[in-house]
Write a protein that binds this ligand. Structure first.
Ligand code: HEC
Length: 715
């Protein structure tokens, strides 16, 4: 017995050493008494600016600037930065969270809403909590089973689980204090965003507008999870009466019977910021369900509060003002992107501004006291609008942008010019650092008409036209157009200051510091430090996997640390298999923490994902293959990739042995045989005949893929 225990202990120590990457563990670390866990109260959150050593909420302070005043790591010495420790997140799905660090403890989340508490000095695990989300809930997650992090307050850790639960954990032990369902579990809502806490209330919204839900944000009592208020972002069915005057006003801007198509959308899935002086909570509101306004609200209308920034009273949820970035949105142009608050001098006056670079491609500077538009300019090339009219505050749309009669080549695409990856603002350089996407997409009315399918994606655009061209040469020609960059933007002049071009889109969020630095992870598996004033690359570290999460920084015992979660994933990773840079994969999800003088290295990874094609002969007719294609592009491409080219976070169906076995295929697609592994049953949306058509389509793409692979091998 004694011996077994010793062996067990040896293994434990070995694991810790591996996690610490051989860096000598602080011998006193076990004995050191940690301060009370997550002892963050309202005063500390309000005074977060004066506690640069901690990172106590999502964007560091309520203004969400993601600027750290720490300057031990500077442009002059950042070259000495090295890996201090790493922690394996043990997932092969996307990792998007910003870790929170309070008094030496780091709280972060991984895929599937799993929460980890770590010793911020060493990366040693303190506890892990797995909410055990049913894996087939992933069916309602448009953009991977990700989670962007926790909030902490008075000894508790709050997070949203993918299935819509808001859970409060004891920060010291990771045990559940309370858990509430924030949504009707039967509906396709999900939570991926990080909660925020203001004055004893915890706020969380949700996602699901691709599937059909009615968006809202709500406030919960930190002590027991009781819902204190709920603010809907779109009106419900008018005949049932409105919740408040704001909804009555919003309903004036809608047409048709949107509530029959899932509820209008407008989910509040990411951005929140708070101005304590004005006592306003700012939220970003998402796209409509379906995307296509012609179907959602025929005859037009602004469709409030889709694609809007809304200011609310955090105490009551009362509406104060809104600014709509994309009236009558029809392109998935969410305004859920990261919101930053700052005070800046504009035309001789100090203005309290709010800044956002939503999906639609414009950078907005807004007076956050009343929502007045101060300036707007496009930060990437766009085709859907020419400019924002400063008189009306509305975009001037380009002809044909609503794709009513013919296909429109939209820039930016549904992934936006900027997605959830947070930007940052450095008050010393005056610049905003935006992880920009530059991707076109073709939009057209659905040729066969629109079928609303509850429980799966309902975009209302033609999925085949939005897919990839069949000819490989045409696909290859698109590659240079599907790109991204780090853009330093001057919000006062609304002009670019500098840029760093990348080989592809979907790079990480940004962090900026008083050391004149910007940190960003990249899709091609690097973690890079740039000089904040001119964009010169000063240091980089190979992360072995694509990075999408933003970095954060903290200080302990007089030493500054920089942490970034790495692990490729998210919407682009799933959908754009054809265009993913080989360096992004495999997914090796870890927390990486750096400090000056450290020299840690990561163990080698030698897995190279490839698809082995072995398709059967095609016996289905062209009509059946076409039917399969149309269904595939509507229902399956969000996970298995456009035109069945997978990004390989999820298996590439073109390599599936089930292409030879219709019964086995049906067991999975209709019977849910792989439900426990994240492949839900689609029996409610697809019948046996359609399942066969789907298989026939994938066979056609496997034959195509095999041919392309052989052609490439010959070149
Ligand atoms: C929400 C994401 C998601 C969607 C949407 C989705 N799948 Fe899957 N699918 C998965 C995952 C994850 C797996 C892998 C499960 C595993 O690890 O074995 C999978 C596996 C499969 C497999 C088994 C492949 C094999 O050889 O093991 C088939 C077949 C399949 N999916 C077909 C479909 C079809 C057809 C559709 C559209 C009707 C679809 N899937 C939509 C996530 C999804």
């Amino acid at each position: 017995m004694q011996r077994v225990q010793t062996v067990g202990l040896t293994i434990l120590v070995t694991i810790m050493a591996v996690q610490g990457l051989g860096c000598a563990a602080d011998p006193g670390s076990e004995a050191r008494a940690l301060p009370a866990a997550a002892a963050v109260d309202s005063d500390r959150l309000l005074g977060a600016e004066s506690e640069p050593g901690n990172w106590m909420s999502y964007g560091r302070t309520y203004s969400e600037q993601r600027f750290s005043p720490l300057d031990q790591i500077r442009e002059e010495n950042v070259g000495d930065l090295g890996l201090a420790w790493s922690f394996d997140l043990e997932t092969k799905r996307g990792v998007e969270a910003t870790p929170i660090v309070v008094d030496g403890v780091m709280y972060t989340t991984s895929a599937w809403s799993i929460v980890h508490a770590l010793d911020a000095r060493t990366g040693t695990k303190l506890w892990t909590y797995d909410p055990k989300v049913a894996k087939d809930k992933s069916k309602h997650a448009c953009c991977d089973v990700v989670n962007r992090g926790v909030a902490v307050y008075e000894g508790q850790v709050f997070f949203g689980a993918l299935d819509g639960r808001l859970i409060a954990l004891d920060a010291a032990t990771g045990r559940v204090n309370w858990s509430v369902a924030t949504v009707d579990p039967k509906l396709p809502y999900t939570i991926t965003g990080a909660p925020r806490v203001i004055d004893g209330k915890v706020f969380i919204g949700n996602g699901g507008a691709e599937y059909g839900v009615r968006g809202f944000i709500a406030a919960y009592d930190v002590s027991n999870g009781e819902r204190l208020w709920q603010f809907f972002t779109v009106p419900g069915e008018p005949a049932k009466g409105f919740e408040n005057e704001t909804m009555r006003m919003a309903a004036e801007t809608w047409n048709g019977e949107w509530w029959k198509l899932g509820g209008g959308g407008g989910t509040v899935w990411d951005a929140m910021a708070y101005d304590p002086e004005l006592d306003l909570l700012y939220i970003g509101v998402g796209n409509g369900t379906p995307w296509n306004q012609e179907i959602r609200s025929p005859g037009g209308g602004d469709n409030l509060f889709l694609s809007s920034i809304v200011a609310l009273r955090p105490d009551t949820g009362e509406y104060v003002w809104h600014y709509q970035t994309t009236p009558g949105e029809s392109w998935d142009y969410t305004a859920t992107q990261h919101i930053i608050l700052a005070d800046m001098e504009i035309e001789g006056r100090t203005r309290k501004v709010l800044m956002q670079a939503p999906k639609n491609g414009f950078f907005y500077v807004i007076d956050r006291t009343d929502g007045e538009l101060l300036s707007a300019n496009n930060y990437i090339p766009i085709t859907w609008a020419t400019h924002v009219d400063m008189q009306t505050g509305r975009p001037v749309e380009a002809e044909g942008a609503r794709y009513l009669d013919k296909t429109f080549l939209l820039m930016p695409s549904y992934l936006g010019g900027h997605n959830w990856h947070p930007m940052s603002y450095n008050p010393q350089t005056g610049l905003v650092y935006i992880p920009v996407l530059d991707i076109p997409a073709s939009y057209a009315q659905p040729q066969e008409g629109f079928v609303y399918r509850p429980g799966v994606s309902n975009l209302g655009i033609d999925g085949v036209i939005a897919g990839l061209p069949d000819k490989q040469a045409e696909r290859d020609a698109l590659r240079p157009l599907i790109t991204g960059r780090l853009l330093a933007w001057d919000p006062k002049t609304q002009k670019e200051a500098w840029r760093v071009e990348y080989n592809g889109p979907w790079n990480g969020g940004t962090l900026t510091t008083a050391g004149n630095l910007v940190f960003q992870g990249t899709a091609d598996a690097k973690f890079v430090a740039y000089r904040a004033s001119d964009g010169e690359a000063l240091w980089e570290f190979p992360t072995q996997t694509g990075v999408v999460a933003p970095a954060m920084t903290y200080e302990l015992d007089g030493e500054q640390y920089v942490t970034v979660n790495v692990g490729w994933g998210g919407a682009f990773a799933l959908v754009f298999g054809e265009y993913i840079q080989p360096e992004s994969m495999p997914n090796v999800s870890r927390v990486l923490t750096f400090k000056l003088g450290s020299k840690g290295t990561l163990p080698e990874v030698d897995w190279k994902p490839v698809v082995a094609f072995n398709p059967p002969e095609q016996i289905a007719s062209d009509e059946v293959v076409d039917e399969g294609q149309s269904l595939y592009q509507d229902i399956c491409n969000g996970c298995h990739g456009l035109n069945a080219v997978s990004g390989l976070l999820i298996p590439d169906l073109r390599g599936s042995a089930l292409l030879h076995d219709q019964n086995g295929w049906n067991d999975v697609v209709l019977g849910g045989a792989l439900r426990e592994r994240g492949m839900a049953s689609f029996a409610e949306q697809v019948d046996e005949k359609q399942s066969a058509a789907l298989r026939a389509y994938v066979i056609s793409q496997a034959i195509r893929g095999k041919r392309v692979q052989e052609e490439r091998a010959q070149q």
